[in-house]
Write a protein that binds this ligand. Structure first.
Ligand code: ATP
Ligand code: SF4
Length: 313
């Protein structure tokens, strides 16, 4: 399999009044061509900060960005912004966020969004862009008339499909989806998930799918990466992670997902996620881990064979 993306020791820190937030702290993973990586973890574990760094989206208070994001061997983090914009953003990598409303301008029809995207990012004409959009519409289960509608004339599910249409318009090789269905009702969510699986199949597109829902991750992910406190705790083949989770945090996550195990009772993880301004020394999960030893509390475990835990070193 050919490697499309290699993320090495990625760090993203933010400046705040309380101090420096270590939102992403030494994250490494790979995505192969045609493969879907699902990134899961509780709220605040650094999932969004990780994927936003892949397309160089940083908030104003970013304090430090380090490591490498190698796309077919080219480090995206060290490219000049103009080159990244011209050659990568939307063309090779695009992103879909949870809220379509943040992307769609309420006073622009769908066709205007298409024209704008084409004109800003390519040398093609608006008419060519509309043709490309028309080809994609049936794949997304959207009628041609959608092009003439304003965002407020579309349902939540249709809006999210339109956002996916825009993300796919320039035929990127890597589509990042950051909680793309969490603002939608369950039926619409299932429709969008089926659509994504079809797109993955039809276009052999690589995806990174961010979610806090392990059931969605297992539905779409070939690989699953589990994040906790700004770090990756476990990564591997989805079936293996679901059948034989090794990291104590992954085991907790699975036990708290009744839909997968047929259990009715939810197991809550005692304690709270770490403060990323002052993360615990040693293993970040130690304050909540029933297996924590003195070593766990003082020395950070290495990531070894896909798991970051002293029990597996
Ligand atoms: P969620 O599922 O809630 O979106 P997440 O796993 O995607 O969470 P991030 O949004 O990446 O996590 O946040 C990681 C940490 O960084 C959190 O502690 C969050 O509060 C903090 N954070 C995110 N953005 C900023 C920012 N611009 N300034 C300061 N802290 C931030
Ligand atoms: Fe638990 Fe120690 Fe493993 Fe961390 S390193 S998850 S504290 S056993």
């Amino acid at each position: 399999m050919t490697t499309l993306l290699q993320v090495k020791e990625l760090r993203v820190y933010y400046r705040t009044r309380r101090g420096v937030v270590r939102a992403v702290d030494g994250v490494s993973f790979e995505v192969n061509e045609g493969e879907t990586l699902a990134i899961i973890g509780e709220s605040g574990s650094g999932k969004s900060s990780t994927v936003q760094a892949l397309i160089r989206m940083f908030p104003r208070n970013v304090h430090l960005v380090s490591g490498q994001v190698l796309y077919r061997g080219v480090d995206l983090l060290s490219l000049p912004e103009s080159v990244f914009n011209r050659e990568y953003r939307w063309k090779k990598i695009s992103i879909v966020f949870q809220s379509a409303m943040n992307v769609l301008n309420p006073v622009m029809r769908v066709r205007d969004h298409v024209s704008e995207l084409i004109q800003i990012h390519t040398r093609l004409s608006a008419r060519d862009g509309l043709k490309m959009a028309e080809e994609l519409l049936p794949k997304l289960g959207l009628p041609p008339s959608v092009l003439n509608r304003y965002p407020h004339e579309l349902s939540g599910g249709m809006k999210q499909r339109v956002v996916i249409l825009l993300a796919l318009l320039l035929r990127p090789e890597l589509l990042i989806l950051d909680e793309p269905t969490s603002a939608l009702d369950v039926i619409t969510q299932a429709n969008i998930m089926n659509l994504l699986k079809r797109l993955k199949w039809d276009y052999k597109i690589s995806m990174i799918f961010v979610t806090h829902d392990i059931a969605l991750a297992s539905d779409i992910g070939d690989k699953i990466a589990v994040m906790y406190g700004g770090q990756l705790m476990e990564i591997g083949d989805a079936d293996t992670i679901l059948r034989e989770p090794r990291h104590p945090y992954t085991r907790f996550l699975l036990e708290s997902t009744p839909r997968l195990r047929g259990e009715v009772k939810l197991t809550f993880i005692p304690g709270t996620p770490p403060d990323l301004v002052n993360p615990p020394p040693g293993c970040r999960f130690a304050p909540r881990c029933p297996y924590a030893s003195d070593k766990c509390r003082s020395e950070e475990p290495p990531m070894k064979n896909g798991v970051k835990c002293w029990l597996y070193v």
